[in-house]
Design a protein around this ligand. Structure first.
Ligand SMILES: [Zn+2]
Ligand SMILES: [Zn+2]
Ligand SMILES: [Zn+2]
Length: 358
């Protein structure tokens, strides 16, 4: 297969989920730079931290005390960004340009594991299955609240991403309105479905898995698949903006974590472990990222066009310390990257399944 000219020339790629473009400048990767010199960093040794507000049995600053939990543990955020009881009358404003609305919501925290030192990459797959089960249960529980329309599950991993506590956990913010990014993706998937009578992400996944693009023997071939199993695929999307961004997709057209079968929960857990292990192995560090799921709205219309997926959005570029910044042209014009998604997918794909610290 001839090399894609896309690996040589500046070009822009279309993101059909957000309906925006990303500028790719592969010719700039020929710029000289000094290679990675980072020594492997080791995970925090403490399995229990008496000062951690998420460890089992510890007091939280809101006054509550965590139970001596053995698996996952979810609780209402002591300092929530949203409240269930926000007043509902329209907020009067003197101009239509000064628009504000009440927003109700609920914020939960989900501890993945009692062991303070673990991460998804270091957890056993059966333990990650319990996390997936909890995501599904939280999604279903929020879906039973008629005034909740969107459930946003997200994990901030690492101090570089602003995570204040290394204890393995995520947050779940459920909101009355569908926030802008999932709303844009939902609209894109709906209009694609109306035009083509098929699912945008089902079609995208089929294109990525097409024989001509299937994982080839040559590491230079333009596959964007990082890792796959029978039920899930993780890939660097064609339109990725972060250097090592990945998209995790179920092979089956499914709209919600709550609809995952038992086999799919295990397969998702395995894919999450495989992706995060490769991330850690890339720069021999506990790889920082924001990860989160987009799923169908919990209330209202059927939204059959929505295909469940997870985004991993990691900031690192060249080493454990050297990150990509979205600044300058990116803050004022459009996102831009130098390494092509094919290059970063090949690097992640080539890494071992076994964690460097094991
Ligand atoms: Zn802890
Ligand atoms: Zn689909
Ligand atoms: Zn999405």
């Amino acid at each position: 297969m001839p090399a894609l000219p896309l690996d040589l020339i500046p070009h822009r790629r279309y993101n059909p989920l957000l309906r925006e473009w990303v500028l790719v400048s592969p010719q700039r990767t020929q710029r000289p730079w000094q290679g990675e010199t980072t020594a492997p960093s080791t995970a925090p040794a403490l399995a229990y931290d008496p000062a951690c507000y998420l460890c089992p049995g510890n007091a939280r600053s809101g006054g509550a005390r965590n139970p001596a939990y053995a698996g996952v543990f979810a609780f209402d955020n002591d300092f929530p960004a949203l409240l269930a009881s926000a007043p509902q009358p329209t907020i009067p404003t003197p101009s239509p340009l000064l628009l504000a609305e009440p927003e109700r919501g609920l914020c939960r925290v989900l501890c993945f594991h009692p062991n303070h030192s673990l991460t998804l990459a270091r957890m056993a797959v059966p333990d990650i299955v319990r996390v997936v089960d909890a995501w599904a249960a939280e999604t279903a529980a929020f879906g039973d609240l008629p005034w909740i329309n969107h459930v946003q599950i997200f994990e901030n991993r690492g101090a570089m991403m602003g995570a204040s506590n290394p204890h393995p956990h995520c947050q779940i913010w459920a909101t009355e309105h569908i926030p802008d990014l999932p709303l844009r993706e939902l609209a894109a998937q709906q209009s694609y479905h109306e035009e083509h009578h098929t699912c945008l992400l089902c079609d995208y996944l089929a294109a990525e898995l097409a024989p001509a693009l299937a994982i080839p023997e040559s590491p230079d071939a333009p596959s964007r698949i990082v890792v796959q199993n029978d039920l899930f695929v993780a890939l660097v999307p064609f339109w990725a903006t972060w250097p090592f961004e990945t998209l995790v997709l179920p092979r089956r057209h499914i709209g919600s974590l709550a609809d995952l079968t038992s086999a799919e929960r295990t397969a998702l857990a395995a894919i999450l472990k495989a992706v995060t292990t490769r991330y850690d192995n890339l720069f021999l560090t506990s790889f920082p990222y924001t990860m989160g799921f987009h799923q169908r709205p919990t209330h209202g219309q059927a939204h059959d066009s929505m295909h469940l997926h997870a985004h991993f959005l990691p900031p690192l570029l060249r080493s454990a310390e050297i990150r990509k910044f979205m600044v300058g042209f990116e803050m004022l014009a459009m996102p831009q990257r130098d390494l092509t998604p094919e290059t970063t997918a090949a690097r992640l794909r080539a890494l071992p399944d076994k964690h460097y610290a094991e």
